[in-house]
Ligand binder design. Structure first.
Ligand SMILES: C[S@@+](CC[C@H](N)C(=O)[O-])C[C@H]1O[C@@H](n2cnc3c(N)ncnc32)[C@H](O)[C@@H]1O
Length: 225
C-alpha cells in the first residue's frame, strides 16, 4: 500500500455503536476492529475501559504521514460528497459541513491516540485475508466500510477468505455496510453467505439504526463458534 493511494476517512465510536448495534455486553468483550483506519473507535473505547485491537494496512505509516494525507484528501472527499449528495441520508449528519466536522473530529481523536496505541499493540499493520492472531483471540470482530463496500476492488474469493479468517480469530463477526460504493447490494454477499454456511458458520442479516449511505440499513452477523 502506497500513501498516495490511501484515502483516510474515519468514523467515531458513537457511529460504530449504531452501525453494529453494540450493546453494553458487546463492548465488554475483546474486540477486533478490522480496517479501522483513522476511525476513533479504538481510541474512544480504550478511554472507556474497553479492550480493543485495530488492524489496517495504513498503520504502517507514521502519524505525521497519515495527518498530511488526511489534510490532502479532505477537500477531495468533501467535493465528491457534494457532487453525490443525493446518495446520502442527511439526518443525524445534517449537512456536508456537519459531515466534515464529524469525520475530522474522529480523525483528530485517532491521531492523538495513534502513537501510544501503536506502542501498546492496539494499532497493528495487517491486512485481510491474513490476520496475525491465534484462533479465537477475540469475542467480536467488526469490519466497517471495507468488505462488501469495495466489491469492485476486492474479489469474491478475497471476501470469502477474509470472512473465514475473521471467523477463525473471533467468535462473532459483524460487517457493515452490505452495499457496494454504487449503492447496490454487494454482488459478493450471497456467495459469501453460502460459503460460510457450507463451512458450518451461522450467518444472518440484521437491521441497524445507522444509515448514512442511502439504503445501508443492515449488517451481516456471522456466529463462528
Ligand atoms: C473507508 S475506510 C473505513 C475506515 C473505518 N473502518 C471506518 O468505518 O471509519 C476503509 C479502510 O479499509 C482499509 N483496508 C484496505 N485494505 C484492507 C485490507 N486488505 N485489510 C484490512 N483493511 C484494509 C483501508 O486502509 C481503510 O482504512
Amino acid at each position: 500500500m502506497e500513501l498516495e493511494n490511501v484515502v483516510p476517512w474515519g468514523r467515531s465510536f458513537s457511529e460504530y455503536k449504531e452501525i453494529f448495534a453494540l450493546s453494553k455486553n458487546d463492548v465488554k468483550q475483546k474486540i477486533l476492529g478490522c480496517g479501522d483506519g483513522p476511525a476513533s473507535f479504538n481510541a474512544e473505547l480504550t478511554r472507556l475501559g474497553g479492550n480493543v485491537v485495530s488492524i489496517d494496512p495504513v498503520y504502517k505509516f507514521s502519524s505525521d504521514q497519515i495527518r498530511l494525507r488526511i489534510d490532502e484528501v479532505y477537500p477531495q472527499v468533501i467535493s465528491q460528497v457534494v457532487k453525490n449528495r443525493n446518495d446520502y441520508v442527511w439526518k443525524s449528519i445534517a449537512s456536508v459541513e456537519d459531515l466534515g466536522k464529524v469525520r475530522m473530529d474522529a480523525m483528530k481523536i485517532f491521531l492523538g491516540d495513534y502513537k501510544a496505541g501503536k506502542e501498546s499493540g492496539r494499532y497493528i499493520d495487517a491486512s485481510l485475508p491474513v490476520l496475525p492472531f491465534n484462533t479465537n483471540s477475540f469475542g467480536l470482530a467488526l469490519c466497517s466500510h471495507y468488505l462488501f463496500l469495495y466489491s469492485e476492488h476486492v474479489s469474491q474469493e478475497q471476501h470469502i477468505l477474509s470472512m473465514r479468517e475473521l471467523c477463525r480469530v473471533a467468535k462473532e463477526v459483524r460487517v457493515y455496510p452490505l452495499l457496494s460504493l454504487d449503492g447496490e447490494k454487494s454482488r459478493h454477499l450471497d456467495p459469501v453467505m453460502s460459503a460460510l454456511t457450507n463451512n458450518g458458520i451461522n450467518v444472518l442479516i440484521k437491521p441497524v439504526k445507522y444509515q448514512f449511505q442511502k439504503g445501508a440499513t443492515e449488517m451481516l452477523v456471522a456466529k463462528c463458534v
